[in-house]
Write a protein of this length. Sequence first.
Length: 202
Amino acid sequence: MTPKAGSGPIILGLTGSIGMGKSTVADMFEACGVPVWDADESVHRLYAESAALQRRLVDVFGDVVRDGVVDRVLLSQAVRARPDGFDVLNGIVHPATVEDRAVFMARHADAPLVVADIPLLFETGAETGLDKVVVVSAPADIQRQRVLARPGMTVEKFEAILSRQMPDAEKRRRADFVIDTSRSLEDCREDVRGIIRRLVVG
């Protein structure tokens, strides 16, 4: 990839509601040589490695650490037990992931393009500081079919997750690019390659 003029990489936000195929698209960017920071991976790693974050979660949600790692099942139970649980959790975890993302961006400061894969990008205001945003989308019936096929998923869980996410139509309205994953994988790969060409070369 040939960088455009300017200092630092172009930062492309990648987001999409549950079941839209965001992880698959993130893998496509990586396959094209684009560094990808994954917010979910960051949280999992911080739950295991950040003693400061663990202490903060224990202070607020009780004993949710087992064998030196945040137990996600216990944490989920504690979060659901209070009406403001998800907001409180985001208020604790979000700053830690922002710092982790900054470290990643600094490590890839010489790259022409870097992707920030953030599931709740718009919901958390994370679009601030990004250059462009791509939303991964699919028709609602395909999304529903994909999600309900997951092990342990129920209609109630699916609807609860959707209730915490911005509607897909609004995400698409705010996007600079939209990738429709109801089409073939090769069509999606070509969309990814086209975005890279437009941002890095064009």
